[in-house]
Design a protein around this ligand. Structure first.
Ligand SMILES: [Zn+2]
Length: 1041
């Protein structure tokens, strides 16, 4: 894989399920699904990090890179030898590759003038079964180590650090442990904990039992209750396998590469997980987590020498060299293509129950370790499937026989030899043959006709734009891009030289204009190593899995003697008591509250009225990129049209406009911009729960010299949107509905949170309509309609309310030399729009609202639950907001994590005080329901008892500040004010309140809001058929037939 591939992904995220994100990050839940805007209201963003990347003369102005000049190949330093130094001016970085003399460990340092420093250590992990050994090991290494023997140091460090990212991933063939932080002491602290965890973990049996699997009484206090399987990974994988997206992608990889490690489920198949023993886990650690099988990565502006010294002293000096037996052999190539059929659960959310089949054809390609081949294949992959102008979009998506591409579609580098897949989901069984035929014909047609030059140009434009567009996660993204091929022995610095690769690609194409057509023949038409995979829904699929689990349980328990059962019960009691013990984290390093800055870094914002419209201008070092945002209000929109707004937002840039067809506008977007985005926008006034702004937000960015063209595209969309083409609309509706339905199993908790809050405040009510289960149900009903013309008419009505300057405000972020020009272009654009731009004085409107108490159960065929309970709250600017926010953090780490994850076996849980003003609890992939609701209640009592330590309060503060102070890219500066009406003064006030919160404050708010208060509350559950909700009449059960 080549770096550019991930850069492109950063531009337009397509969420292919490559990693299981194992740890929840900081305060914000990272799995929040799209359409759910709760956290986006106030994504805490501040300015700790100053990007200084705009300077053209990078080498003389950038200290981090300058320091690298003193290193020379062959130089020895702290046990390492410098092998290579590579300058990459196009990415504003210099890279140093080193190897450790005694162990053979490799280290890549990327020096860049970015203070969001990254560390990662990764191991090649190639399990040869589906017991989930690499995944369970990843969990258990984080449960305590030699130097840090406390329970769960990883989670504890979340509260003792100002990290901007902490996580661990298990991929198909590697396990990676990355973090990032802007603070140098913190960097050293976290590195110490990560190094000790991965190389010297305790791997105790109780950790294996808690994180992996165990047999235990269903009720661990009752020896007569049935004996069942429990364990965090066990439940996590039950949840993961319930997502038909992941299931399909997994089968496709397993069956295309059946000869070695890729034929297994590296996350763990719940039916195989109980075959893993503790001994095997320890053995896997010894053979895989060794320096000789490790790759270290450091990134940012901290000195390389310090990193090398610490890694050598703490770890590498204690090891010798081994020959790790982890090489993945090339897959023996097939002489004949293969076919396979697999099954999944019936999806009650499918718009058409008779169209639930998925088919794809996957081709095995060349090794990902060849940068040029990999680049060519990824460009070819984009040309074939990306966007409406691609041949497969036209042939498959526009055929309107499926709901969307199959989940594995595109070029995939998550295995040593790359693959490319093409196919459809949401088709009728009888159309399988038709899809296969279309795929073959389309390849043949491409060989005959080739690709338009403009499309290749658009891809090269994207690469250029991605190099200039700055993101705060660049260092992390770079690591993720380099690791797959580095993991198999390639030189990571080869992948960094984007310009060289692009130049070589252009040259090859000039020399041989038929290059890509020849590649299509070689990769696809003449490649016998391809797999046709069909997945069909099966009525009793989940029942069969349940039966299998029962059978497996019986197999284990039928051999149990009375003594064994007694032991199981005692072990259960023992584990629970270990989990309940107060643990001493004092062995762990920590930052202090004094390390937190007292003041926010303020952003200078200017205002202008252009053509009657208020325009916020923020001058930033944007590297020659201009960022445009606009919000247009929905206040004149009749209530019954509100539910159509997400659909409107999703399709309005994709239907064609002006003289352009939807193909042409998509082409222009790719050639001139980083894409045009339209999203629903809801915001609650910082001072009042009843004041709400509803609108849509338009966003786009482009290279400075394309600004006029960018506004021309918006101009056509505003003045002449084509909301008539019903065939095109049908395609988009299907894709949207299928996307939303798929998001349920991955983001069930965010839907549960939205539903639980929906009766508590106006903003939550609107959030539910625009992005909650209400919207999911609505879109499903639309997708079921025979005639979509009436819906198109509704969207036209929406357009007439929002596509004008009447209720609009704009924001520009641009570099100092370009702001004036950008403003002129914007003014010209605004002058051509309808409306007099009267510029409302306030965008907020009063919304009379009566809160009601509700308990909702959305019955869905998941093997696990997503539960939320919410309590009516207060606006952001309220004096108690900071106390509640800290309390939520404290509850998450000190109570809910232990009760719901460790004891209950759920994958995740927490409490949040979001800017919708409600106090909300949630659980994620949870085997329990009643017990979890009970834990939420007990958690409130625990908060009133306040038996926690003062140190715990400081930790909650650090943890909150690690998200409050997360870095902000130049494109996002000033956006907190623009979107949420939170000024720097208001934000500074919140910061001071957070710093000043005391134990008494937290007890007081716990009492008055959560326990004794007269506050309204709501509860929601997404999950299977449930005795509790059936028996208690207060529950309203929604069930899709
Ligand atoms: Zn996991």
């Amino acid at each position: 894989m080549c770096v550019y591939f991930v850069l492109l992904k950063m531009l337009k995220t397509t969420n292919k399920n490559v990693f299981r994100v194992v740890r929840e990050l900081n305060e914000n839940v990272k799995h929040l699904g799209k359409g759910y805007t709760f956290h986006n209201k106030l994504r805490p963003s501040n300015n700790r990090c100053n990007f200084r990347l705009y300077t053209a003369n990078f080498a003389s102005a950038v200290p981090a890179i300058k320091r690298i000049e003193s290193f020379k190949p062959g130089q020895q330093i702290h046990g390492f030898t410098v092998q290579k130094i590579v300058e990459v001016p196009e990415l504003y970085l210099s890279a140093v590759k080193l190897s450790h003399d005694a162990t053979g460990a490799e280290l890549l340092h990327v020096a860049r003038d970015d203070c969001n420093n990254v560390f990662s250590v990764a191991f090649r992990t190639t399990p040869m079964d589906s017991t989930g050994v690499s995944h369970i090991l990843e969990h258990t290494t984080l449960c305590g180590s030699e130097k840090y023997p406390c329970r769960d140091p990883f989670f504890k460090m979340l509260n003792r650090s100002l990290s901007t990212f902490m996580n661990a991933f298990t991929g198909s063939d590697y396990t990676a442990y990355p973090f990032s932080t802007q603070n140098s002491t913190d960097f050293s602290n976290l590195m110490s904990v990560y190094l000790d965890a991965t190389f010297f973990p305790k791997l105790q049996q109780q950790d294996f039992r808690q994180e992996g699997w165990r047999l235990e009484n269903e009720n661990n206090q009752d020896s007569t209750s049935p004996i069942i399987f429990k364990g965090v990974v066990y439940n996590e994988m039950k949840g993961a396998m319930a997502s038909s997206d992941s299931l399909f992608a997994m089968h496709s990889q397993n069956k295309l590469l059946p000869n070695h490690t890729y034929s297994h489920n590296s996350g763990g198949d719940p039916s195989c997980i109980p075959d893993l023993t503790w001994q095997q886990l320890k053995q896997f650690h010894a053979s895989h987590y060794h320096p000789s099988n490790a790759r270290f990565y450091t990134y940012g502006d901290l000195p390389l020498e310090d990193n090398l010294r610490q890694i050598n002293e703490q770890v590498l000096s204690r090891f010798g060299k081994i020959q790790p037996d982890t090489t993945v052999p090339d897959e023996p190539r097939w002489t004949e293509p293969r076919e396979a059929e697999v099954y999944c659960a019936v999806d009650p959310m499918a718009a058409d129950p008779n169209k639930q089949t998925t088919i794809s054809v996957s081709y095995l390609l060349a090794s990902i370790t060849d940068p040029f081949e990999s680049f060519t294949a990824s460009v070819l992959g984009s040309l074939l499937v990306s966007g409406p102008t691609s041949p497969f979009y036209k042939a498959l998506i526009e055929a309107n026989i499926g709901s969307d591409y199959a989940p594995n579609v595109g070029y995939d580098t998550s295995t040593k030899e790359a693959s490319f897949s093409i196919g459809l989901q949401g088709i009728a069984n009888e159309n399988v043959a038709k899809v296969k035929e279309i795929i073959k014909k389309t390849f043949q047609q491409v060989v005959k006709e080739g690709f338009e030059d403009q499309r290749i140009e658009a891809i090269l434009h994207k690469i250029e734009l991605s190099q200039k567009h700055q993101t705060t996660s660049f260092g992390l993204g770079l690591m993720m891009a380099l690791l797959p091929s580095w993991n198999h022995g390639s030189d990571p610095t080869d992948q960094l030289k984007i310009n060289e690769i692009v130049t070589a690609f252009k040259r090859s194409l000039e020399e041989n204009p038929a290059l890509l057509q020849e590649k299509v023949k070689e990769y696809f038409l003449n490649n016998p190593h391809h797999l046709t995979l069909v997945m069909k829904p099966q009525e009793d699929y989940q029942q069969n899995l349940d039966d299998l689990e029962i059978k497996k349980t019986n197999d284990f328990s039928s051999n149990l003697s009375v003594e064994d059962k007694k032991k199981i019960f005692e072990d259960g009691i023992q584990l629970a008591s270990e989990q309940s013990k107060v643990d001493d984290p004092s062995c762990l390093p920590t930052l202090a509250i004094s390390d937190v800055d007292r003041n926010i870094m303020r952003t200078t914002i200017d205002y202008q009225i252009l053509n009657g419209v208020s325009v916020q201008q923020c001058i930033q070092p944007t590297n020659g990129v201009v960022y445009f945002n606009a919000i247009t209000s929905l206040h004149t929109l009749p209530n019954d049209l509100l539910i159509y707004v997400p659909l409107f937002s999703s399709v309005i840039t994709q239907m064609g406009a002006g003289n352009m067809s939807f193909h042409e506008i998509s082409q222009q977007e790719d050639l001139k911009t980083g894409g045009l985005g339209v999203h629903t926008h809801i915001c609650q006034h910082p001072d009042s729960i009843h004041k709400v702004e509803k609108g849509i937000m338009l966003s786009s960015y482009c290279l400075d010299n394309n600004t006029e063209e960018m506004f021309k595209l918006w101009h056509d969309i505003f003045l002449r949107p084509k909301l008539e083409d019903v065939d095109r609309f049908t395609t988009l509706v299907r894709m949207n509905a299928s996307d939303l339905a798929m998001s349920l199993s991955n983001s069930g908790h965010s839907y549960a949170m939205s539903a639980a809050q929906s009766h508590l405040s106006p903003v939550s009510h609107f959030n539910e309509i625009l992005g909650g289960m209400k919207q999911v149900m609505f879109l499903k009903s639309i997708a079921e309609l025979k005639d979509l013309n009436p819906v198109l008419q509704k969207l036209q009505q929406v357009a007439s309310h929002v596509l004008c300057t009447e209720n609009m405000r704009c924001a520009l972020n641009a570099s100092p030399i370009f702001m004036d020009t950008a403003s002129l272009h914007l003014e010209r654009f605004l002058s051509q729009l309808p409306g007099d731009g009267a510029g409302q004085t306030s965008f907020m409107q009063e919304n009379p609202f009566t809160t009601t108490k509700q308990k909702l159960h959305y019955e869905l065929p998941f093997p696990v639950n997503y539960i939320s309970h919410a309590i009516e709250g207060i606006p952001f600017n309220h004096e108690d907001f900071a106390s509640l926010r800290l309390l939520a953090r404290l509850m998450s780490t000190k109570f809910l994590h232990r009760e719901i994850r460790e004891k209950g076996g759920a994958y995740g849980s927490g409490a949040l005080m979001g800017t919708s003003g409600n106090f909300t609890f949630y659980s994620y992939r949870d085997p329990n329901s009643e017990k979890t609701l009970d834990a939420f209640k007990k958690c409130c009592e625990w908060a009133v008892d306040a038996s926690y330590l003062d140190q715990d309060i400081d930790e909650a503060k650090l943890s909150v500040f690690s998200s409050v102070d997360s870095p902000t890219a130049p494109s996002s500066k000033g956006m907190r004010h623009f979107k949420n009406h939170v000024s720097d003064d208001v934000y500074q006030n919140h910061r001071q309140q957070l710093l000043g919160v005391t134990r008494d404050d937290m007890v007081r708010v716990a009492k008055s809001y959560l326990v004794n208060g007269d506050k309204m509350n709501g509860t929601a559950l997404l999950g299977p058929d449930n005795e509790m909700t059936k028996n208690e009449h207060s529950w309203i059960i929604h069930k899709e037939e």
